[in-house]
Write a protein that binds this ligand. Sequence first.
Ligand code: AMP
Ligand code: MG
Length: 533
Amino acid sequence: MAASHDRLVLEPHFTGQLRADAIEAPGTRQVRSAHFSRVAPTRVSAPELLAWTADLASSLGLPTDPSADPGLAALLAGQELFPGSAPYAMCYGGHQFGHWAGQLGDGRAINLGERRDANGVLQTLQLKGAGPTPYSRSADGWAVLRSSIREFLCSEAMFHLGVPTTRALSLVHTGDAVLRDMFYDGNARHEPGAVVCRVAPSFVRFGNFEIFAARNEVAPMRELADYVIREHFAHLLPASGTLSNSTYLAWFREVCERTAQMLVHWSRVGFVHGVMNTDNMSILGLTIDYGPYGWLEDYDPSWTPNTTDAGGRRYAFGNQAQIGLWNLLKLANAILPLVEDVEALQEALGFFSEIYDRGWETMMAAKLGLGSWVESTDSALTAEWLQILGLAETDWTLVHRRLAQVPIAGGDFESDLATLAPAYYRSEQCTPAYRERLKTWLAAYRQRLRADDRSSAERRQAMDRVNPKYVLRNYLAQLAIDAAEQGDRVPIERLQALLRDPYGEQPDQESYAARRPDWARNRAGCSMLSCSS
Ligand code: AMP
Ligand code: MG
């Protein structure tokens, strides 16, 4: 059998059309007027493949069974290059926690090149954690196993949940130790290093445009916008093929729309990104850069998984739409020289809010099993539901899955409560006052459901298609990490398989659908995470 690198040939799309940094020598530096720097992945001691995504591999022309090609680990750690590969790191900047941070760039991500997948979609292969680049600043360019497992599992989980996201092809253990101070408390320790091969049509971020704006380098910004539009938004190209102010505006509107849709999905599944800096916002509206993210367990809009954000809660669950808008405003400011119309950009930001609000309503109606959103009744019904969820610690995933089992007819409150019971973290919080409020809400809910002319079974089916049963609960990822650090990769494989069908009933896997156990409430990695990765 031919080795996979004989089959998978990369094409230099990005590097073939955009500006390279004139310096090719290694070393951290400020890179001016360039979209990327040529880099070479660093050698690692003993690359070993720990996890593999068969369907993605196959769509790229790689074997579904990685043991078919023993050379894969070296390729996916960057030790050998796929033919046609011209590795590069991108230059970008960004606003971090509300402040302009200057040049950031791919400090530990190395793009190998692009190729079309089985559907003809251009895909970029990118290694995360393959060594330093000119953008590494004071950091080492490496990634640790725990954060790589988290990225590998979560991006795939999101993909199967139907959330726009970058994907993960492989997880390679490097055999090298990486020094990290996980709690930022002066106790650094050596951890196993790893490389994830991420796959997405493009890894361009809002920050790729912002860096040029900050430096007043309009020409390269325009080149990048033209590249992105031609490659990824080709439906916006005018018949003449010449891009104009209105093309850039249409593009920005679509970025607003895609970002809004992504954020609605995050709310639906209870995903909290944790670091929505503008350098972590994809120009394609994909979820990108899985760091100290978390899954909402008990419903609390002010919850953030990121310890660095615990004070300000800027990136809390309930703030994500507002931050999305703030980030789009920064992008709008950056591309103003291309659009040259402040009012039109402002209007597009209004369009974002419009799309988000309508999308959120439609999503909440679906979560509650309503046929469609009827403003006159559903606005109050949904608001009261969320109020009630906030009164007692209630699991966001479980409660919607269980609500689907509450029959439309009926009205025996004790039986309804028993149906919802697995979603409560502290049953003692279901006080008489709480029960009264829930009972009143359920009566109003039933009345509303009767207006829909759907059977309980039809409603449940519809709800189970939008309310996942299985998500990557924070503690589940941590258990897989603990095992992998002891050399056991089975829990990773199990979670990967489980999360390929998040909406289905998997009778043998009930334990994965349960509430977070009590021991995980405050354990590091299970509730709060630092940015150290
Ligand atoms: P993040 O907060 O992970 O999105 O990263 C912000 C910036 O820091 C990006 O420019 C990253 O490439 C860079 N960065 C993060 N971790 C490392 C690392 N270990 N080595 C080099 N650069 C890093
Ligand atoms: Mg990042």
